[in-house]
Design a protein around this ligand. Structure first.
Ligand code: HSE
Length: 312
């Protein structure tokens, strides 16, 4: 019996986790993209509607990460069928929480289901990653991998794609402050240094290795120390209003670590419990409230499910 309609939800994500630029990613709960998909008889891909984007996203499938990822998957599978898509954004865009990745993740998971699941979730990460190319100019997988697979992921290489799933200490929570300004990933990537001193590189790869060790050992303090970022954060921090003050406030309130979420402007603090994340989040928001800067606060455990089917 051919499947005729499916609705999926792909979660928002925090990429980088400090030291692991383009490598680590973590899925969160509550925020993300909902996508309904149906096969059509017209033969092409049509994005029938996008809600929650304030009219900012293109319904041209070649200009939308959902459409680009879907076309890449269909071409790979040699499938000559059309699909209609209805996308609902339930998360802020240009926020550093993987908005473009959530659309791409949702599209490939929905199509895969309608086609009888020819690909594993791991394989779908590769096709979702193709959508990121139009969003940021680079096919990085550190948002699409956790959005599809859930939990905390490590992208060892994108060519060929090799993604590892890392253990998630159960108490881990995040507090995310979202300043109400958009920072396109492409702009934020332009701020990155082209070269880094060897001493910083040594420290950075020691930190990434230590972060993995910390996750396996469930050593929350080591995880926090290992998120120190000598590469992206120093270059991108100045693009975010009062980043240094928010980071200090988070650490003073007990956060394990605080850094930029993905390409920013959101700021993420890793915390060892939900009550701590609530306290840390409140302290971060206070910095913005004192200066009358507009922001939102999200507190979440790590989402272990990734992209899920919500309606068949
Ligand atoms: N790793 C990417 C970056 C994530 O930091 O540019 C973008 O969402």
């Amino acid at each position: 019996m051919p499947k005729t309609s499916v609705t999926v939800f792909a979660p928002a994500t925090v990429a980088n986790l400090g030291s692991g630029f383009d490598v680590f990613g973590l899925a969160i709960s509550g925020l993300g993209d909902s996508l309904r998909m149906e096969p059509n008889t017209y033969g092409g891909i049509r994005i029938r509607s996008i809600k929650g984007d304030e009219g900012k996203l293109s319904t041209d499938p070649e200009q939308n990460t959902a459409g680009v990822a879907l076309m890449a998957l269909l071409e790979h599978l040699g499938v000559n069928r059309g699909f209609d898509l209805w996308l609902t954004k339930k998360m802020p865009m240009g926020s550093g929480m993987g908005s473009s990745a959530a659309s791409a993740a949702a599209a490939v998971v929905a199509a895969n289901h309608l086609l009888g699941s020819p690909c594993s979730k791991e394989e779908l990460v590769y096709w979702a990653m193709q959508g990121e190319r139009i969003a940021s100019g680079a096919a990085h997988a550190d948002n699409v991998a956790p959005s599809i697979l859930g939990g905390i992921t490590l992208v060892r290489t994108t060519d060929p794609l090799e993604v590892l799933r890392l253990p998630v200490p159960s108490r881990l929570h995040v507090a995310i402050l979202h300043p109400h300004l958009e920072l396109p990933t492409s702009e934020s990537r332009k701020a990155l240094p082209r070269q880094i001193p060897l001493s910083d590189a040594v420290r950075q790869w020691a930190n990434t290795a230590s972060l993995v060790a910390g996750l396996y050992a469930k050593d929350l303090s080591l995880i926090g120390r290992a998120m120190e970022d000598r590469v992206a954060e120093p270059a991108r921090g100045p693009l975010i209003p009062d980043f240094a003050k928010v980071k200090s406030a988070a650490l003073d309130a007990g956060a394990l670590a605080c850094t930029i979420s993905g390409a920013g402007p959101s700021i993420v603090a890793l915390c060892s419990s939900r009550p701590q994340a609530d306290r840390v989040g409140a302290a971060m928001r206070e910095v913005y409230l004192e200066k009358n800067l507009s922001c939102s606060l999200y507190v979440s455990a790590v989402n272990r499910k990734g992209t899920v089917i919500t309606k068949r």
